[in-house]
Design a protein around this ligand. Structure first.
Ligand code: AKB
Length: 309
């Protein structure tokens, strides 16, 4: 099989740079086009500026670079999205529609769309949330991702476009900073802990949310994209799970390693976003369809973060 030529949009974000280097290892750096709305510097791969809200620019880029696989990561996350809902809608939904339409016209072979636990809302069952469930998100980010999942399904059913998607939990990494999410506290806390500073948490201590170490998220993404087409029974977006914890659980685990570490809780507007999300997710369909299995739990995560920061 010839190697695919891969476009990654939003490659400058938290997931983007890590995914780009995993894709470069897999397909060869010369076959990876990493783009963002701003100039980015990523070693070896081809980089470029691409504004996904510009449909002509998207089509031209795909054509000029012979793209046949796309990881469309460009988006504004939950907390940042609330400060500019219309811009968030235009980027998250408009950008995705441009990618879908250009991919249909130019016959892109396979696409990845990152969805999120943000598609869940207060009416969704909170524990062990099933794959097919009530989706009434409260944030513009959640709404855009829920609609985005359904646009992916539509393009798959109507045009046979091979769109694949995961509902990521909060992603935690030490080498790339997060940007504008509600789960970002779970990264910020480690930075404070290793600097010997106290941490002020913007969520209440008992706010339990699904989380995942970045390596698991990247592996899940690559595994889904390599999976046999016939085995995929979910064409909206797969639930994906690794661990769930609250700020208090995480603080206690860090304190085991850094006894002098301290925390205070000052919930802000992000608390109501977190309260609208679920505590844990049932990812049995991902496990059944493409043998998904997480490798990192909370203990491993805490050790990796503290050892590498
Ligand atoms: C966010 O907090 O907005 C993201 C997410 C869970 O999608 N990390």
């Amino acid at each position: 099989m010839p190697k695919p030529t891969v476009l990654v949009t939003g490659a400058g974000g938290q997931l983007g740079s890590v995914l780009v280097s995993a894709l470069a290892k897999k397909h060869g750096p010369e076959n990876i086009c990493a783009t963002d709305v701003r100039e980015i510097h990523l070693p070896l791969v081809r980089t470029g500026i691409l504004d996904v809200t510009d449909k002509d620019a998207v089509s031209t880029y795909i054509k000029d670079n012979g793209i046949n696989r796309i990881y469309h990561l460009a988006a504004i996350l939950s907390a940042r999205g609330e400060s500019n809902p219309i811009l968030t809608w235009n980027i998250n939904t408009g950008g995705w529609l441009n990618i879908l339409e250009a991919s249909r016209e130019l016959k892109v072979e396979r696409l990845f769309f990152p969805s999120t636990i943000g598609v869940f809302g207060p009416t969704t069952p909170k524990k062990n949330t099933p794959q097919d469930t009530i989706l009434q998100p409260t944030t513009v980010y959640g709404i855009s991702k829920q609609i985005g999942e359904n646009w992916g399904l539509y393009y798959f059913n109507r045009y046979g476009l091979d769109v694949r998607s995961l509902r990521y939990p909060g992603l935690i990494s030490y080498d790339t900073p997060p940007g504008g999410g509600t789960t970002d506290y779970a990264i910020d806390i480690f930075h404070k802990a290793v600097k010997g500073e106290s941490f002020t948490c913007f969520l209440r201590e008992d706010t339990e949310l699904p989380m995942m170490y970045m390596d698991d998220a990247v592996r899940a993404t690559l595994e889904l994209m390599e999976a046999d087409k016939e085995k995929l029974s979910v064409r909206t977006s797969y639930n994906l799970s690794a661990m769930s914890f609250s700020p208090r659980d995480l603080f206690d685990a860090i304190k085991n390693r850094i006894p002098e570490f301290s925390i205070t809780y000052e919930p802000d507007f992000r608390q109501s976003i977190a309260d609208s999300w679920v505590n844990s997710v049932n990812d049995s369909r991902a496990r059944e369809d493409w043998a998904w299995k997480p490798e990192y739990g909370m203990e491993e995560l805490v050790n990796i973060m503290l050892d590498n920061l």
